[in-house]
Ligand binder design. Sequence first.
Ligand SMILES: Nc1ncnc2c1ncn2[C@@H]1O[C@H](COP(=O)(O)OP(=O)(O)OP(=O)(O)O)[C@@H](O)[C@H]1O
Ligand SMILES: [Mg+2]
Length: 235
Amino acid sequence: MNNSLKQRLTGLWKGALRVNSTCRLDEIVNHDDIKQIFAKALHSKRPVHLLLVGSPGSAKTMFLTEIMRHYNDSYFTVGSNTTKAGLVNQLFERRPKFLLVDELEKMSLADQTSLLHLMETGLISETKINKTRQMELTSWVFATANSCEKIIKPLLSRFVILEMPEYTFEEFSEIALIRLTRENVDESIARVIAEKVWNELGSKDIRDVIKVGRLSTNIQEVPFVVKMLSRRANK
Ligand SMILES: Nc1ncnc2c1ncn2[C@@H]1O[C@H](COP(=O)(O)OP(=O)(O)OP(=O)(O)O)[C@@H](O)[C@H]1O
Ligand SMILES: [Mg+2]
């Protein structure tokens, strides 16, 4: 291999490492493909809008909160909480580079239209008592949803839609172990909890693991707590 080719390859490799190491989504276990896409979007020169779609407890919100934690020029909002005036106002005030919208499907039609306008034109505008204000804003929109049903089609088409893959039992156990040991639950108890939540409760939601972990004082109590939760789940 000649020297210039060697240098170019080394440069490319260093570039790839830099992109991955500055993505800073390490708290999220697995989902490596989705992390890679986020790393690319976070570093792209022009806006790329990402929508995470998946079942409850699959770490969608976590992606947004991790970005919020590490990027000061981000703004986090929940779809159900935004009113048109509220969202547009906040955008005027904060001018976020990364706009993080959790539960996009719960956003009102009016807010979805404002968002569409922003993504399409790079402009936000507001009319109040015959006065219109307008501002240019270049934002990357990262959003989450449980399903796409209530999201208007033109808005959907502006997103790169990423389906969160369902966890396998091995992935579920790994995440459960990490989360529970962080809460000082013994590793052997954590393994039993993960197994029972998956098999007896039929749940793939890490939140159920945490509930059982917090309610069980010792390993003997785990089956009882899981039984109580499954009574409700079977109704
Ligand atoms: N891959 C993961 N790595 C670390 N923690 C995880 C992972 N997946 C789920 N969790 C944990 O599970 C819980 C739920 O995650 P999160 O709130 O991000 O789910 P969600 O996909 O937004 O769910 P919902 O659709 O109900 O809003 C959190 O406590 C989170 O820490
Ligand atoms: Mg969520």
